[in-house]
Design a protein around this ligand. Structure first.
Ligand code: NDP
Length: 459
């Protein structure tokens, strides 16, 4: 990554290493000014009738829809995402706007029986929300933090990752084009050590939504604690893919369960745990599947996997895969760009670094298990608890293992993880709080309780 004291961000195309754009980097003063503007704008935004806020967000969705191709191509160029994935990501931002808009009119409080009066609760917006987004899914993750917050009547100041500021900037422009009031949704591209920290430390930021590494998340939480500031953390993962002998092996061992987005996915199923009776069959299947993966130019519609985001990330991934490590390997292009081949490590210890730390690249480990108990023990043997898959035709076993695995998002006979209409978040060191789903807006409100006496004048 670039020097945080520089005044601009140089956005590289990770497939070519060419400079795609340079963007001014926000200073601490720039962040403070954005927060002050947001605080003023938020009051009027919160005072709008919920139906009017919802209407504006639906218009925003229409504008995003009309710019799907443009947004998708920005994601291809700045993040190296395949075009198909990037189109899906723009669609995800649009869909979440529509879903969150519906919530603006459904921010329900409650009425609680109390003698001598009426007791009611209100869900009030928090104020200005700081969203700190990572580079792995720049557009969806910016949207997940920002759009439900906006729908609940908050303003948002969004700091994208220094490597991927372009879609965030464009989304903020599109919000204005859709008619959202000025300064209700601002993007402040900058470095984590300056702009990110300034957002976290600002007393007028009512809540931080952070997605990124567990290490930085811990620091964000510590700094928020000084101001007793609430925080949502979506952090790392090292998710298991538990494959029992009775599973549909081809579906269970789909290599895109860990190769999607070049493995730069916090939900990637990077620990492939296979029941001993089918272990050899699994190894053979994976060897063939990796060889078939088309890795290359993400702008080519035939490409299934693109590059890693940066030289730094490439070095990090390489550090887990020595040349002589026993592994199944696919291929990757040579030359400029941050390329790494699809890889499954086959000689790792279950408690070793490659099997327990988040690599965040197209690398999984293959490990055998003896029985259900052993599978659960291995699955829970990391500090993380974000996601995971369980493959078996035995319904009772699927339910038992789903209950025993410590993770926030599991799928049975499926590798799906994130839907905008279901809650998403981690156990253990994978995070705190939930995003998305029916309660997403509530996470951006505080509950006020009001008791109204019905006592009349003394008779
Ligand atoms: P970080 O967690 O450091 O970055 C995530 C976001 O936080 C970026 O916007 C970053 O800005 C910002 N940031 C960095 N430092 C601070 C700070 N002190 N205060 C406030 N904000 C800050 O992740 P990295 O980009 O360094 O990636 C390293 C590893 O983290 C990856 O290899 C992967 O394992 C994991 N990761 C996990 C993600 C997930 O979805 N769970 C997403 C991204 C990374 P800037 O871009 O300037 O650094």
């Amino acid at each position: 990554m670039t020097d945080p004291h520089e005044h601009e961000l140089r956005v590289l195309n990770p497939a070519t290493e060419e400079v795609v754009a340079t963007v001014p980097a926000a200073s601490e003063e720039d962040v403070a000014a954005a927060v002050a503007r947001a605080a003023r704008a938020q009051r009027a935004w919160a005072a709008l009738a919920p139906a009017d806020r919802a209407r504006l967000l639906r218009r925003f969705a229409d504008v995003v829809e009309a710019h799907t191709e443009e947004l998708a191509w920005l994601e291809v160029r700045e993040a190296g995402h395949t075009l198909g994935n990037a189109r899906w990501e723009a669609g995800n931002a649009r869909d979440l706007l529509l879903y969150a808009a519906g919530g603006a009119e459904r921010l329900l409080g409650s009425q609680i029986p109390a003698p001598g009066g009426w007791n009611v609760t209100f869900q009030e917006p928090l104020g200005v929300i700081g969203v700190i987004a990572p580079w792995n899914f720049p557009m969806p993750i910016a949207a997940w933090g920002s759009f439900p917050a906006l729908a609940a009547g908050n303003a948002v100041v969004l700091k994208p990752a220094e490597t991927t500021p372009l879609t965030a900037l464009r989304l903020a422009e599109l919000a204005l084009e859709a008619g959202l009031p000025e300064h209700v949704f601002q993007a402040v591209p900058g470095y984590g050590a300056t702009a990110g920290r300034a957002l976290v430390d600002h007393p007028d930021i009512a809540k931080i939504v952070f997605t990124g590494s567990t290490r930085t998340g811990r620091e964000v939480m510590e700094r928020c604690a000084r101001l007793v500031k609430p925080v949502t953390l979506e952090l790392g993962g090292k998710s298991p893919n538990i494959v029992f002998a009775d599973a549909d092996l081809e579906a269970a061992l789909d290599p895109f369960s860990f190769l999607d987005n070049s493995g730069q996915d916090c939900c990637a199923r990077t620990r492939i745990l296979v029941h001993e009776p089918v272990f050899e069959a699994a190894r053979e299947f994976l060897a063939g599947a990796l060889a078939d993966v088309v890795v290359g130019d993400p702008a080519d519609e035939k490409t299934r996997m693109g590059p890693l985001i940066s030289r730094q990330q490439l070095d990090r991934v390489r550090s887990y895969v020595p040349d002589d490590a026993p592994a199944l390997r696919g291929t990757a292009p040579d030359g400029p760009g941050f390329w790494f081949p699809p890889t499954v490590l086959t000689g790792e210890r279950p408690d070793g670094p490659a099997a327990t730390e988040e690599i965040f690249g197209p690398v999984a480990v293959l490990l055998p298990f003896t029985d259900e108990q052993d599978a659960v023990r291995l699955a829970n043997g990391t500090p993380y608890g974000l996601s995971g898959s369980i493959w078996t035709r035995d319904v009772g076993r699927a339910l038992r293992v789903s209950q025993a695995v410590q993770a926030g998002n599991l799928s049975v006979n499926s590798h799906s993880s994130v839907r905008y209409w279901t809650p998403f978040g981690g156990f253990k060191q994978s995070g705190l709080g939930r995003e998305l789903g029916p309660h997403a807006l509530t996470a951006f409100t505080r509950t006020k309780n009001v008791f109204i006496s019905t006592e009349g004048p003394a008779q």
